[in-house]
Structures are given as C-alpha cells and as structure tokens.
Ligand binder design. Structure first.
Ligand SMILES: C[S@@+](CC[C@H](N)C(=O)[O-])C[C@H]1O[C@@H](n2cnc3c(N)ncnc32)[C@H](O)[C@@H]1O
Length: 273
C-alpha cells in the first residue's frame, strides 16, 4: 500500500491553498454532479443510508462547501457546520447556519452532544486519525452514528493514468500521481481504522463513472488539484506542458471513442456503538 503524501495532511497547506476558499473544491463537486453516470445524488445517497427520527443533533466535521447543509438541516433537529478552514466557512451563506472553525482532532464540544457526526471525504486530511476518531466517539451520544464517506484506492484510475502517458509524450519520466486519499483513509483500509473505536462498522459502496464527452471539464478537474501535484513534476516539465499533453491525449481518445470514461468507486462507513 503506498503511503499518503504528507501534503494531504499538512494543515497549513490545506488552509492556505487547497481549501483557502471553496473555489477548487466546487470545480470537483460540479464535475461530479454533471458528468457522473448513472446520475446518482451522492449526498442524498449518503444521508438516506441511515434511518432518521427528525430530532437528531447533526455535526458536520469538514463541511467544506456545504454539500450536506440542506440535508442536515432538513433531516435533523439541529445542524452545525464545522471546518478547519475559515475560508470554507466564510463561503457558507445559508440562513441561520451555525458555523464553527474547528479541528477534528480536538472537537470543541462536550461528550455525548451529537446524534450524527458527518465526516465525509475529510478523514484522509487529518494528521492524527486516531485522535479524531476518538473525538468523534466521545462527542457522539450512546447509539449515535458516524457517517464517514471516502473513495476506494482504485477510484478514477483512468484519470491517474493520464499523467504518465502525458509525461512520456513530453519525453519525461512517466510518474503516476497518487489520488490524495491513497493510503490515508480509503474504502479498503477504513474499517481497520474505525473498528477500534466503534462496535459496528458497515461499509456501503457506490460504483459509478465519469463520462466526459469533451476534454475541457477533465482538464478543469485536474487543474483544481494543481497545488497537490505540480511540485511532483519532473524537472523541465511545467504544469502548463502537462495539461497541454493531457489535452491532446483526451482529444484523440474522444475523437476515437466518443467519450472519455473514468470508473469511480466511492462509499460510506456507517459506525455505531
Ligand atoms: C474534500 S472536502 C469535503 C467537504 C464535505 N465534507 C463534502 O463531502 O463535500 C474536505 C474538507 O475538510 C476540511 N478539513 C481538513 N482537515 C480538517 C480537520 N482536521 N478538521 C476539520 N476539517 C478539516 C477541509 O478544510 C475541507 O473543507
């Protein structure tokens, strides 16, 4: 299993670049919404995986661009949006929303205060995952549930394969960029990390695919993660060179096959004590 790149858990990098504002994440969210087939609403799928009474206190840790705000407010009695990045929280303008600048490793909440904790597509960014999982357990009431969505280590392989192909075209060493989540907290290693903290851990998978009829949205998606990958480029290759070579490969592929298809595997752990 490859080790996760340390930049993925570097809190200064996350706050000052990756999640300084919602812009980069929103490119990826829009791409998933527009080009995923079959067209499943992932947020809805996550929230409907568990049963709701309507009186739950919901804590959304790493709320990002607020994907879960409306569902959390509609499904529970109270919903609180928490994130490490002030910039992400500033971008949330939902009326009446309570926003808290927090770090999952030290939750500023009393024990037994939440019925549902959402920690979706964020655990791979936490430096000390054991500390955060212990915090989630502490903050949850008895029978409370943690929902932790993440990706498979095998997700979007076709997208990752574009880089070595493009670098080979440019006459450079054909390195492969790891997915940001690789090795950190994935569908494959998540259960082993969660089980010491929760008596019940259930995994739910949602396979799907990106189907791109054109090149530009793929380039936009890759470009939204530039701050994670650019510094790994071999000497003499610029980010612009890389995107231009990937663009050529995609144009040729789409001219021949009609679309560029990228298989995805995301899923959800539902944890309870
Ligand atoms: C990929 S986004 C996920 C957003 C949202 N949960 C979703 O699924 O759409 C990851 C978010 O986690 C936040 N984050 C990263 N490390 C964190 C930490 N230690 N504590 C709280 N939030 C964190 C980031 O600032 C970012 O907004």
């Amino acid at each position: 299993m490859p080790q996760p790149d340390p930049i993925v858990t570097d809190q200064n990098h996350l706050k000052s670049l990756s999640y300084k504002t919602q812009d980069k994440l929103n490119v990826r969210i829009r791409t998933h919404k527009k080009y995923t087939r079959p067209q499943v609403d992932f947020i809805h799928w996550v929230m409907d995986t568990i049963s709701w009474q309507g009186d739950e206190a919901v804590l959304d840790v790493g709320c990002g661009s607020g994907n879960y705000v409306e569902w959390g407010q509609a499904y529970g009695r109270a919903y609180l949006a928490g994130d490490l990045s002030l910039g992400m929280l500033r971008g949330l303008s939902h009326p009446g929303l309570i926003r808290v600048n927090l770090d999952a490793q030290r939750l500023p909440f009393a024990a037994d205060s939440a019925d549902v904790i959402l920690a979706n597509h964020m655990i791979y960014h936490i430096p000390d995952k054991e500390a955060a999982l212990a915090e989630f357990r502490r903050a949850l009431r008895p029978n409370g549930r943690l929902l932790a969505a993440t990706n498979s280590v095998y997700t979007m392989t076709e997208l990752r394969q574009l880089t070595p192909k493009a670098l080979a075209r440019l006459g450079a060493e054909p390195i492969v960029f790891q997915d940001v989540a690789t090795g950190g907290f994935t569908l494959e290693n998540g259960r082993a990390l969660l089980q010491p903290h929760f008596a019940q851990v259930a995994r739910h998978d949602l396979p799907a695919a990106f189907v791109f009829p054109e090149t530009q949205p793929v380039l936009d998606y890759i470009n939204s993660s530039r701050d994670w990958y650019e510094r790994k480029l071999p000497a003499g290759v610029s980010w612009r060179d890389l995107l231009a070579a990937i663009g050529q490969i995609l144009d040729e592929h789409i001219a021949q096959h009609g679309v560029f298809r990228v298989n995805k595997l995301s899923g959800l752990f539902v944890c309870q004590n």
